[in-house]
Write a protein of this length. Structure first.
Length: 439
């Protein structure tokens, strides 16, 4: 049995007892998604977007589906928002953990709930948007996620509502019962002039081998604003494949900070479509990798209409024999005049054995635009280290200071301040682990 056939067989055995857990319109989509996987399989390095990323070893492992209905134990996964009251949903291996979640004090006009509950309520927003932005036919992983879609998190913010504190959705991986694959799903829909901050957090409870196959869809109405922080801390044994699809209407603002702090294997595709005039997006990313870890960030920003603005800064710190890939694509459609796009990728290599493949791309099909991109790869500046030594700071301490400063440029963009401090602590803790491995 091939790897693809094994996943298809898992679906055939799983779907019958779960056929009545989703609305009627989703059942045919799940069947179409698994048919797509059966026909085309998983991506291979022969495909241009996957030329540096081989998933064969990943999908060859016998990861059984985690959505088996067993009860989630009393677990409290690490939260970036602390232990105090919060707007938070927690899932463990794709199963809702009610005891660890906190849904109290939701403002009027804000709904944060399980997808299962939204299905029962026959939410019009869920039917209109779920699976419509991250299409199941984009690759085998999104097809697999759609096929196993049964639960997840949905955030709906009505027109004109501003949420005054961050909302957190935590997806935890638990391998204590054996290797598992989970399919976390997130849908965020903000109405006209709505405003919110969303934290999407992925953590490992034990560092055991697991596979997270995540899909998130974000829809911003006219003049809406969303600050979206995405943090991956899967542990040394966790693998993570994810797709985030964002659609923006006119004059909306989307600010993304995607932090890949630890995973043995990580691939994240972030696709933003500026579908309304005056829409703006800001994409910041920081990826840290050491040992034999691998991290791949693929971003696409599509300027579909005039007067869109995009800014992108992704930075990586690599140590040991780690490998990374950055592919950032900006597409300006023929009628998207007056578009403004800036893209930068910078990488710091702490070891001669670390490796980065950086590929910034511009596809400009309009003539009245302002676009630029650039990439840089280097080691800690010897002159800066010498300067620090002249001030009594040793080599190791100097490298730490320079590395922290390099990563801090991304961290400082995180808002609000309380969340920024938590992110800074998590980033610096991971950097200390990397420094210890290098010493």
């Amino acid at each position: 049995m091939s790897d693809t056939e094994r996943f298809v067989d898992d679906y055939r055995r799983w779907v019958a007892p779960h056929a009545n857990t989703v609305p009627g319109w989703l059942g045919p989509l799940r069947d179409a998604a698994i048919s797509r996987l059966a026909a085309r399989g998983f991506p291979t390095p022969r495909e241009e977007d996957w030329k540096y990323t081989n998933v064969a070893r990943l999908v060859s492992r016998a990861f059984p589906p985690a959505l088996d209905g067993r009860t989630v134990g009393a677990v409290v996964p690490p939260s970036l928002l602390g232990a105090g009251p919060a707007l938070r949903l927690v899932f463990v291996n794709g199963r809702f953990a009610a005891d660890a979640s906190g849904e109290a004090a939701l403002p009027s006009g804000v709904r944060l709930r399980r997808l299962a509950a939204a299905f029962e309520a026959e939410s019009a927003a869920v039917e209109r948007h779920l699976t419509r932005h991250a299409a199941f036919d984009r690759n085998g992983f999104t097809a697999l996620s759609t096929a196993f879609l049964a639960d997840g998190a949905v955030l709906e913010v009505d027109d004109g509502i501003a949420v005054d504190r961050p909302i957190e959705v935590v997806f935890a991986s638990d391998g204590r019962e054996g290797e598992r694959i989970g399919h976390p799903r997130l849908l965020a829909v903000l109405g006209r002039e709505a405003k919110a901050s969303l934290v999407e957090s992925y953590v490992s409870l034990d560092g055991a081998p697991t596979l997270t196959n995540a899909v998130a869809e974000v829809v911003l109405g006219a003049c809406a604003q969303l600050a979206h922080l995405r943090v991956v801390r899967e542990g040394g044994g966790g693998s993570h494949v994810a797709t985030t699809a964002v659609t923006q209407e006119h004059d909306s603002r989307y600010s993304s900070a995607a932090l890949a702090l630890r995973a043995s294997f990580l691939r994240h595709e972030l696709e933003v479509r500026l579908a309304g005039e005056g829409a703006q997006c800001s994409l910041d990313g920081l990826y840290l990798a050491s040992g034999k870890e691998f991290v791949d960030n693929h971003t696409t920003i599509e300027h579909a209409v005039p007067h869109g603005t995009s800014r992108e800064l992704y930075k990586g710190v690599l140590a040991g024999g780690a490998r990374a890939v950055f592919n950032g694509k900006v597409i300006v459609r023929p009628n998207a005049q007056k578009s403004n796009a800036q893209q930068t990728n910078k990488n710091l290599l702490l070891s001669p054995h670390a490796e980065i493949d950086s590929k910034p791309e511009l596809q400009i099909l309009a003539d009245d635009v302002k676009c630029a991109h650039g990439a840089a790869v280097g080691q800690p500046d010897p002159e800066a280290i010498f300067y620090l030594k002249s001030r009594g700071i040793g080599d190791a301490a100097g490298r730490k200071l320079l590395t922290r400063g390099f990563a801090g440029e991304v961290v400082r963009r995180v808002a609000p301040e309380a969340l920024r401090r938590a992110v800074e602590a998590a980033v610096f803790e991971r950097l200390e682990q990397i420094f210890a491995e290098e010493s």
